[in-house]
Design a protein around this ligand. Structure first.
Ligand code: SF4
Length: 356
C-alpha cells in the first residue's frame, strides 16, 4: 500500500484521510538516523480505552510510538502497522510513527473533568523505551505528566533506557502507584540475538530490574515469550527465573509464544531460515486458528516457573518479601499498581500477550 493510502496523516502534510487530527504545527518526517524513518503525527487523543471484551487487566493505555526498532521476530504488535497502511515486516522495524504531541495531549486529557483517574498501562503495543525515545523523550514527559496528576500507571519495556528516567519515576511513585515490568524472554545469548536483534542485552535488563527495585520502584519480570525449541530447553527457563529473582524482581511470570494470525506469517519464514528443523514442531504446536500453543504446554511452562521459584533461596531483603510481593510502595500505604497481568512469583497460563 502506498503512503498516500495510509490511514493517518503526517504532521505538516495535508490532503490525506486521517484517523488523527490535522497537524497543529509543522513537523516533518525525519530521516536523520540511518535506515530508520520517523513519521511524525498529531494524535487526536492519547489515552486509549481497551475494548471491553479484552482480557487485559487494565482499561486504558498510552502508546506514543507505533512500530518498534527492537524488531523482535515474534512481535505481537506487527499487524497493527498493517492497519496504518504500512507492512508488519520491515516497515514495522524501520518506519516508526511518533505521536509528537503525546505529552501535551495527555496533560489536556488528565485535566478533563470527565477523566476518572484510572490506571494507565504503557508498553502494551510497542516499547515506550525503544531507541526513538532517546531522541523524542515522550515517555519521560508522559511519566512526568502522570506523576504530576497523581494518576496511577504501569510500564512494560524491554529496554534498560528506563533507568534514564529513574528521577521522574521516583517522583511519580511518591504520589501514586507506579509499576514497572521488564520483559526478559531468555538469557540464552543465541536465542536473544536471533529473535530480538534490536533490544538491549538481557543482562542489562536484569541490572535495570535490580536498580529500579533498589530505587523503590516496584519492578517485576515477564519472561516472555518463551520460544519453543529456542529458549525452552532444559534449565534455560529455570536459569532466567533464578537470575530475575537474584536481581530482586518483585514478580516473575512466563508466557509461551503466541502466534496470532498476521504474526505467524512473518515468524514462520524467519524460523524456516534460522531453524528449519523446528518447522514440524511449530506446525503441530500452532495448528489451532487462534495461534495459541496447547493449554498443556502453557501449563507445563507455568509449572516449571513455579518450581524454579520454589527452589530458589529466599532473599533477605529488609522491608520486602518476594514471597508476598509486598513492595516498598505498599509499605508506604500507596496502592500497588496493577501488574499488567503478572502474578507475584507465579507464571500465568493462557495469558493474553502483552508488549513489548
Ligand atoms: S515485542 Fe516489544 S520490544 Fe519487541 S518489537 Fe515488539 S514492541 Fe518492540
Amino acid at each position: 500500500m502506498s503512503d498516500a493510502a495510509m490511514r493517518w496523516q503526517l504532521a505538516g502534510e495535508d490532503g490525506q484521510t486521517s484517523l488523527l487530527e490535522p497537524p497543529g504545527g509543522a513537523v516533518s518526517p525525519r530521516r536523520d538516523l540511518p535506515s530508520v524513518e520517523y513519521l511524525h503525527v498529531q494524535a487526536k487523543r492519547i489515552i486509549s480505552a481497551v475494548p471491553p471484551r479484552s482480557r487485559m487487566p487494565f482499561r486504558y493505555t498510552i502508546n506514543a510510538y507505533r512500530g518498534c526498532t527492537h524488531a523482535c521476530t515474534y512481535c505481537f504488535a506487527r499487524p497493527t502497522h498493517v492497519f496504518l497502511g504500512l507492512d508488519g515486516g520491515r516497515d514495522f522495524e524501520r518506519r516508526i510513527v511518533v505521536k509528537v504531541n503525546a505529552v501535551e495531549r495527555l496533560r489536556a486529557e488528565l485535566a478533563d473533568p470527565r477523566w476518572t483517574g484510572e490506571h494507565i498501562a504503557m508498553g502494551t503495543n510497542t516499547d515506550p523505551y525503544q531507541p526513538a525515545e532517546g531522541r523524542y523523550r515522550l515517555t519521560r514527559g508522559l511519566v512526568e505528566a502522570l506523576g504530576a496528576a497523581g494518576n496511577p500507571f504501569s510500564i512494560l519495556t524491554k529496554s534498560s533506557m528506563i533507568l534514564r528516567d529513574l528521577d521522574v519515576l521516583q517522583a511519580a511513585a511518591a504520589r501514586t502507584a507506579v509499576r514497572v515490568n521488564l520483559s526478559i524472554g531468555t538469557l540464552d545469548e543465541e536465542a536473544w540475538r536471533l529473535s530480538e536483534p534490536g533490544t538491549p542485552p538481557p543482562a542489562r535488563r536484569l541490572e535495570a530490574v535490580r536498580r529500579l527495585n533498589e530505587a523503590g520502584i516496584e519492578c517485576g519480570v515477564l519472561v516472555a515469550p518463551v520460544l519453543p525449541g529456542l529458549s525452552d530447553g532444559p534449565g534455560v527457563v529455570e536459569r532466567t527465573v533464578a537470575a530475575c529473582l537474584d536481581a530482586g524482581a518483585a514478580s516473575v511470570s512466563a508466557i509461551l509464544l503466541h502466534l496470532r494470525p498476521g504474526v505467524r506469517e512473518l515468524y514462520m519464514p524467519w524460523l524456516e531460515d534460522v531453524r528449519p528443523d523446528l518447522l514440524d514442531r511449530y506446525a503441530e504446536l500452532y495448528a489451532r486458528p487462534g495461534g495459541y500453543a496447547p493449554k498443556a504446554d502453557q501449563e507445563a511452562l507455568t509449572r516449571r516457573v513455579h518450581a524454579a521459584i520454589e527452589r530458589h533461596p529466599r532473599p533477605a531483603r529488609p522491608g520486602r518479601s518476594w514471597r508476598t510481593g509486598l513492595s516498598a510502595q505498599a509499605a508506604r500505604g500507596l496502592p500497588s499498581a496493577p501488574r499488567g497481568g503478572v502474578t507475584p512469583l507465579a507464571a500465568v497460563p493462557a495469558q493474553p500477550a502483552l508488549f513489548p
